[in-house]
Design a protein around this ligand. Sequence first.
Ligand SMILES: O=C(O)[C@H]1O[C@H](OP(=O)(O)OP(=O)(O)OC[C@H]2O[C@@H](n3ccc(=O)[nH]c3=O)[C@H](O)[C@@H]2O)[C@H](O)[C@@H](O)[C@@H]1O
Length: 447
Amino acid sequence: MTPSSPTHSTKKTAITTLGEDRHMHSSYSQFRWICALGMGIAIGNVVIPMSYMEFAPHNNTFTHNQHMRYSAGTVSDKYKNSKSANTWEELVEQKQMFASQSIPTPAAPVAMETPKLSSKERKKIMITGGAGFVGSHLADKLMMEGHEVIILDNFFTGQKTNIDHWMSHPHFSLIVGDVVDPIHLEVDEIYHLACPASPPHYQFNPVKTIKTSTEGTMNMLGLAKRVGAKILLTSTSEIYGDPQVHPQKEDYWGNVNPMGPRSCYDEGKRVAETMMYAYKHSNNVDVRIARIFNTFGPRMHPNDGRVVSNFVIQSLQNKPITIYGEGEQTRSFQYVSDLVDGLHALMNGKYGAPVNLGNPQEFTVAEFATTIKEMTASKSEIKKLEKTADDPNKRKPDISLAKQELNWEPKVSVKEGLAKTIEYFRMVLLSTGEIIPTGPGASKPQN
Ligand SMILES: O=C(O)[C@H]1O[C@H](OP(=O)(O)OP(=O)(O)OC[C@H]2O[C@@H](n3ccc(=O)[nH]c3=O)[C@H](O)[C@@H]2O)[C@H](O)[C@@H](O)[C@@H]1O
C-alpha cells in the first residue's frame, strides 16, 4: 500500500494495549506531562488551558484509580496532592470533586473546574457533530463558560476520545444519534456542525452527505423553531466552488460544478444555507451562518486525509509528501482555536447573514509542503500525484465583514498553529506507531 492509495490504515499498538493493560507507558506518561505543563496555566485550583484542550490522540479507557492518578499529573495544587482513594470517605470526596470538573484523559490532560452559573445564566447548548475535531473544541469552550452542553453525534468521523474528559460532568450530555432523524429536546442554542468535512470522507457516501446537509439541517431548524432556539450553521468556503473572484467575499455567488465529486458537499451546504434563510423569513428563526475556511489543529483525525494532517504525518515519518497536481493551488489556513472564537462571537452577536471565518494567510500547496518539511526537519521527498477533480485553484477569505460585525480576527499565525499540530501528531505517532494517511478519492474514516 502506498501513501497515495485510497485505502489506508493506522496501526494501533501501544495505546490500545495501554488502556487494556492499565499500566502507564513511559513515553505516554511523558506525553501527559509535556501536554499539561505546555498547555496549562494554573490559577488557584483551576487549570486554564492555553487554547482549550488540544490533545485527543487515541482510544483509551480508564479505571477510576487511573483518573485519580491522572489528576496528580495536572498543574493544579489541589490535584497535585490527590492520590488514589484508600478509604470510602476519600473516594466520596474525590468523586464529588470530579463531579463538578472534567476528568483528565489523554484527550485533555488537565482537569478543569467549570464556573457555576445561575440557572438563569446557564444555557442549554446543543452541538451537532460535537465529538468531531471542531465540535469538541467548541464543547470545551462552552463547558468552560459554565453552560450545559448536549452533543449529538453519529460517530462517522467524530471520536469519543475527543469528549471523554467531560463524560461524567453533570453539565454534559452525549446523544449518539444522527441529525437525519428528528429530535425533540429543550435547548437555547444549536451549533449545527454535523457533516463530514474532509473530501475523501464526504465523497464516501455522497447521498448520505446530501441527506446530512438537507434533512439534517431541516430537522435542526424544525427543533429551533419549536423551542425558539438560536441556530448556527457551519457552512463552508466550498460554497464558492472554484472561485473566479479572489479573495472571496460573502457576496460572491460562487462557481460550483453541480455534478462533480465535490458537489454532494458544496451543493448540500448551499441548500442548507437556503433553508436557514427560508426558516428565518417564514418562521422567524434566529439564524447564524459561518462560512469556514480550511481549519487545522490537534484532534484532527490521523486519517482525515486533508492536507495538514497528511503533510505533517508524512513528514514526521520521512515518507513522501503527496502533492495532488503541481502544488500551485492555494489555501489559507486557520488554527482551530481562532475558528471556535469566531463561531462563539457569531452566535453571541446580532449579525444574521453569512460570515467568512478564516485566516487570510495564503500558501500554495507546494509552499505549504516545504514549510512543514522544514518545521519537522524531515527527509521526506516531495511526490506529485494526479490533481483531484474540481479541486479549487485558489482560496482565501476576505474577513473584513467578520472584523466589522464580530470584532473577530485570527490571533494564531499559521506557523504557531503548525508547531502545536506537529507536536500533537508527534505524540500520536509515539503512541500508535506507523500511520499511513488517507490518499485521494472517496474513503471511509478508519479508526
Ligand atoms: O480543511 C478545511 O477546512 C476544508 O477542507 C476541505 O477543503 P480542501 O481545501 O479541499 O482541503 P484539503 O483536502 O486539505 O486540500 C487542500 C489542498 O491540498 C491538496 N492536498 C490534499 C491532501 C494531500 O495529501 N495532498 C494535497 O496536495 C488538495 O488537492 C487541495 O488542493 C473541505 O472540503 C472543506 O469543507 C473544509 O472547510
